[in-house]
Design a protein around this ligand. Structure first.
Ligand SMILES: [Zn+2]
Length: 395
C-alpha cells in the first residue's frame, strides 16, 4: 500500500462511525485527528502548529517571500466519508514527502494546512477555520451558535479567534478534493481543474393560506399553502433543468396544522439555488423571488421570504489553473475544466489570494456518505499532479 493510501486508512479510523467517519469542530475525535496530523507533520520536519481557530499548520520555513499553502480539512459531516477533506490534507503531506525525497530546496515557504470546521456540522458555521485565517470573523454570530461554549469546554479561548488571521503570509492556495458529483466518472476523465466555485443562495419561505375542512370546502375556493409550495418546487426544477448554470433544491418542508383531513393553512420550506457564474447567480436569485411572489398571488396566499445566505460565485486563479493543466499534462492525466457545485475553503481563500482546486472522481458521484470512494490509483494520480504543480510554484 502506498503511504497516501495507508494514511487515508489510518485517518479513517479516527472518529470511525458506522462505516463512516464523524469528526466535528472542537470534538475529541477531531482533536485526536489533529494530534495524529501534527505527528505526521513533525516526522517531515515541518513546524507544526494548532492555531487559535483550530486550524493545523505544518510550515516548511524556507526561502523567501509569500508561502504556497496546500491542504483541505479533516472535519466531516455526520457519518461522512473518508475522502472528503482528508484526501487534500494527506496529499499535501505527500507533496512535502515527494519534494524532500527529490532533494528540492524550495525558494519560498511551503505550508500544509488542515482547516477547522469546513463542514460546519456542529454549529452551522461552515468554513469557520478558513474564514478566521482570512480575518473574516463574526464573533457575535459564532457565539450565538454555541461556538464559544464548545471552545471553552475544549480549553481554548473564543476571543483569540480574531488573532488567527495569517493569510497575509500566503501567495497561493492549492486544494485537492474529491469531486462529490458524477461528472468525472461519467466522462472517464482523470481530473477536474476547477474554474470557479458555485455561488450559494438560500431562502426560507412561508406561505399562508387557510386551514379548513378537507371534505366540505369546495376545491375552487381553497387557499392551500402546500399546493402553492408544490407549484414553486416544480417551477424551480423546470427552470434549473432548462439551464446549464443553475441547480435548485427544496430540502425541508413543513405543513400546519398537519391533519389527514385538513387543508394545509401554512407551508414553510427552504430553497437552495446555486450557480457558478455571476450572471447565472443573479438570474437565479431574480427567478426565485419572482416565482415565489407570483405563485403566492395566484394561489391567494400570504407570503414571507427571507434569505438565509448569499455567497456569490468565485472565479479561481487563471495562473494556478494553468499550472495545474501543465502538471496534469506532464503526468499524462486526462482532465476537464469544470466548476465546483459544492462550497470549499478555497472559496474563502480566493477572495484574498490566488487559489485553485483539483478534483479526482467520486464513484457513483456519492459524497457525505460512508459509501464515498475514489480508487487508490486515482487518489495517487491527483496527488502526483498536485505535487508537480507545487514543485513548479516553489522551485
Ligand atoms: Zn470537503
Amino acid at each position: 500500500m502506498s503511504s497516501l493510501a495507508a494514511e487515508l486508512e489510518a485517518a479513517a479510523q479516527i472518529g470511525a462511525d458506522g462505516g463512516g467517519v464523524s469528526r466535528f469542530a472542537w470534538s475529541p475525535e477531531l482533536a485526536q485527528a489533529n494530534e495524529w496530523l501534527i505527528r505526521r507533520l513533525e516526522e517531515l520536519s515541518l513546524e507544526a502548529e494548532l492555531d487559535p481557530a483550530g486550524n493545523v499548520f505544518g510550515r516548511w520555513a524556507v526561502g523567501e517571500g509569500s508561502a504556497v499553502l496546500v491542504g483541505s480539512h479533516l472535519d466531516t459531516v455526520p457519518r461522512g466519508g473518508r475522502y472528503d477533506g482528508a484526501l487534500g490534507v494527506l496529499a499535501a503531506l505527500a507533496t512535502v514527502r515527494v519534494l524532500r525525497a527529490e532533494g528540492v530546496e524550495p525558494k519560498r515557504p511551503l505550508w500544509v494546512v488542515s482547516f477547522n470546521d469546513e463542514e460546519g456540522s456542529r454549529f452551522q458555521t461552515g468554513m469557520l477555520g478558513s474564514r478566521a485565517f482570512c480575518g473574516e470573523v463574526d464573533l457575535e454570530d459564532w457565539r450565538r451558535r454555541g461556538v464559544a461554549d464548545a471552545m471553552a469546554r475544549a480549553g481554548v479561548d473564543f476571543d483569540q479567534l480574531t488573532s488567527a488571521r495569517a493569510v497575509d503570509g500566503v501567495g497561493a492556495y492549492l486544494e485537492l478534493h474529491i469531486e462529490q458529483g458524477p461528472v468525472l466518472e461519467q466522462s472517464g476523465e482523470d481530473l477536474g481543474i476547477v474554474t470557479a466555485i458555485t455561488g450559494l443562495l438560500g431562502f426560507r419561505v412561508k406561505l399562508l393560506g387557510a386551514a379548513n375542512h378537507a371534505g366540505t370546502t369546495p376545491m375552487d375556493g381553497r387557499r392551500d399553502a402546500l399546493a402553492g409550495a408544490s407549484r414553486i418546487v416544480l417551477e424551480l426544477r423546470e427552470e434549473a433543468r432548462a439551464r446549464e448554470d443553475m441547480t435548485a433544491n427544496v430540502g425541508i418542508v413543513s405543513v400546519e396544522p398537519g391533519g389527514f383531513n385538513v387543508i394545509p393553512g401554512l407551508a414553510e420550506f427552504t430553497i437552495d439555488v446555486r450557480s457558478p457564474t455571476a450572471e447565472g447567480f443573479e438570474r437565479a436569485e431574480a427567478f426565485v423571488r419572482e416565482t415565489v411572489k407570483r405563485v403566492a398571488a395566484e394561489e391567494g396566499l400570504g407570503m414571507e421570504m427571507s434569505a438565509t445566505h448569499r455567497k456569490p460565485p468565485v472565479a479561481l486563479d487563471q495562473g494556478l489553473q494553468d499550472a495545474l493543466v501543465g502538471a496534469a499534462e506532464a503526468e499524462g492525466a486526462s482532465y476537464r475544466l469544470m466548476p465546483s457545485g459544492a462550497g470549499h475553503d478555497a472559496m474563502v481563500l480566493a477572495h484574498h489570494v490566488p487559489a485553485a482546486m483539483l478534483f479526482v472522481p467520486s464513484r457513483g458521484g456519492i459524497s457525505h456518505s460512508p459509501d464515498e470512494y475514489t480508487p487508490p490509483e486515482q487518489c495517487e494520480l491527483g496527488a502526483r499532479v498536485l505535487a508537480r504543480a507545487v514543485r513548479g510554484l516553489v522551485g
